[in-house]
Design a protein. Sequence first.
Length: 403
Amino acid sequence: MNIVVGITGGIAAYKAVNVIRGLVLAGHDVHVVATEAALRFVGRPTLEAISRNTVNTDLYEAVAEVRHVAIGQAADLIVIAPATANTIAKLANGLADDLLGNTVLASTAPVVIAPAMHTEMWQNAATAANVETLRSRGIHLVGPVTGQLTGKDAGVGRMAEPDDIVAEALAVASGSGRGRDLEGRRVLVTAGGTREPLDPVRFIGNRSSGRQGVALAEAARDRGASVTLIAAHLEVPTPTGVTVLRVETTAELLAATSAEAPGHDLTIMAAAVADYRPVGVADGKIKKAATGERLTLELVQNPDILATISAESRAGRLIVGFAAETASSPEELVELGRAKIARKGCDYLVLNTVGWTTGFATADNSVTVLDASGDIVLEASGSKTSVADDILGVFAAALTGAP
């Protein structure tokens, strides 16, 4: 394919080099259209070396060849990464004051953009309106995702990873991109880890950061769903464009999920639940002087949220559970999963292996998805953003009855 990669003036422009590289290695002819601001962040020689083609920047170059129109006319796919708030605004309003704007207007090819900006800019009402305008016109968005931004800032607005952008862009070009396959659907996601207090200071909990659950909420939102996120002690910022309900304990998570699930087409229970809670909670801080060298805790099992929600009447609704296991092999993981889905009664179960350095609080994940019969319907690995998209592809197809 003839692919145009537009690069605009944001710090994430350096990551566009790997987007170009990925498309070139996939066998495509890549032509870079960079704004003047983009070249302040990444040099023309680098872009030309990676793309293997001359970089185009000037609206008034090769006027006799009508290049400002010809580039767009020849494109089979346009990818803009990063797409700044300014670029998104110009695209939404059909402005063509530079070569990139002209290229997009002159093209009938699919357009994929990867937004990148600070959280406040992404959350601004003007940006939100511009994004909805672009989506309504069939432009595909990849991200933004939640993570580290420039300086000390962190939040939603980070550009999606290059591999994810390349994969989605090529999928869109082939007609198999995710699109808006959850348009009109309501999706409920639980994320994070519940905590059970011992006293006003201490608690029993787990190491879940909520990153995978947040990625699922973001991906469902980008697919057109109306999303509610039940958040338990997230260590990552909550995404924009979703309804957020905050809970502390397993009992609160159960109450919130029971109340919300009946109104949603798809419930994804990605939160890590504290399976036990103390029989009693101290009113004041437990003092070492009062307990001596040993402290004995009496714990009682918490309610099984997944089994409870799965047992409720749910015609036309899907319930998805997550199971984090310390399995020693993929075969053991699947066997544990098959036993668990039989006990829980949910429609799907997402399995992943966790340990001291895997699963929890990491940027990547590797999952196996089982259906109610215990059959493997998906194996996916990569960034938690890409894994979320792969997982949602299975559930979107199930909701629509697609093969």
